[in-house]
Design a protein around this ligand. Structure first.
Ligand code: NAP
Length: 282
């Protein structure tokens, strides 16, 4: 298969590695010439350049640029596509992306490979990043079966686990387990450094010295690249707000139980969460 990858960063680069490994021919496009050169050097793409001309021969073109650029890049890419080419994207939010790109190209289907690193750029690309990781495809009633079949081929090649759902359900689910937790974890860090009076300076100082694995685990996603959290909030606004409102209700319930010494209620709540967690992660 001939595959075009636009945006040779951590996700685009990782896809390139695995597709070339599986005998696909990869045509890379990126913004910077240095990135294109590096991608060829690393073995991510067979050839790469800053213009879209080479995409004409691609059967599948994967848009791997930051979310905010996906629609604009799709508009630039489309005039260069073979009429039968399938277009997809890897954006972590699907509703607004599918709404924007679907009307532009008949053979478009949205997708989200759910693997990644917290580093960005071509050097952050990894081999076998998607093996046994979820890859969600988000077709709509308008999606062509041929486009789905082509994306399925990609998912099989990179050995990911395929899931299919509508764009809105995808966005609500990822708000609960990925986007919402970024804000919740950021609030935790913000709570740890909160200082309402000069006396609390000593508390904050000691807390920093004592913080260990529990704080490392719970604060990790909130202490990451601010651009990512901002982008998730901007592009998945409704689902994010819904998730955070539910989180506020959960916290209010826990606070009320603690304030009223209702240890039974608190215990039941903690048993519920202890029982539920393994359904999400091992
Ligand atoms: P990234 O490492 O920053 O890579 C994006 C690449 O796009 C950059 O390296 C940049 O390459 C290129 N680019 C930027 N503007 C461009 C343009 N106008 N034309 C062509 N190339 C352009 O970001 P990423 O983490 O791979 O994320 C890319 C997409 O994957 C996003 O839509 C994100 O939602 C999605 N995603 C990310 C993860 C994750 O964990 N990181 C997981 C799943 C999905 P240059 O060096 O040439 O500027």
């Amino acid at each position: 298969m001939q595959v075009g990858i636009v945006g040779l960063g951590s996700i685009g680069g990782s896809l390139g590695y695995d597709l070339r490994e599986r005998q696909c021919r990869v045509i890379g496009v990126s913004r910077k010439q240095a990135t294109c050169n590096r991608a060829v050097e690393l073995g991510i793409a067979d050839k790469a350049s800053c213009n879209f001309d080479g995409l004409k021969s691609a059967e599948l073109v994967i848009l791997c640029t930051p979310i905010g650029k996906l629609e604009a890049i799709a508009r630039q890419v489309i005039p260069h596509l073979n009429p039968d080419a399938v277009l997809t994207d890897v954006g972590s939010v699907k509703g607004p992306i599918v709404d924007a790109i679907e009307p532009l190209w008949k053979n478009f289907v949205g997708g989200h490979p759910m693997a990644g690193t917290h580093q960005s750029g071509v050097e952050a690309a990894q081999q076998s990043l998607f093996v046994d990781r979820p890859y969600v495809i988000t077709p709509t009633a308008k999606t062509q079966p041929g486009a789905i079949a082509k994306l399925d081929q990609l998912i099989t090649l990179i050995q990911a686990r395929r899931y299919e759902c509508g764009p809105a359900i995808h966005d609500q689910a990822v708000a609960r387990i990925s986007h919402g937790p970024v804000i919740i974890s950021a609030a935790l860090v913000s709570t740890a450094i909160a200082q309402h009076n000069p006396e609390e300076a000593a508390v904050v100082k000691l807390a920093k010295q004592l913080a260990s694995s529990g704080f490392r685990d719970t604060s990790r996603v909130g202490g990451g690249n601010p651009e990512l959290g901002l982008m998730m909030a901007q592009y998945n606004k409704d689902a994010m707000v819904q998730c955070l409102q539910q989180y506020r209700r959960e916290l209010d319930g826990a606070i009320a139980a603690i304030e009223s010494d209702n240890w039974d209620a608190l215990n039941q709540w903690l048993i519920k969460t202890q029982t539920a967690r393994p359904d999400f992660v091992d």
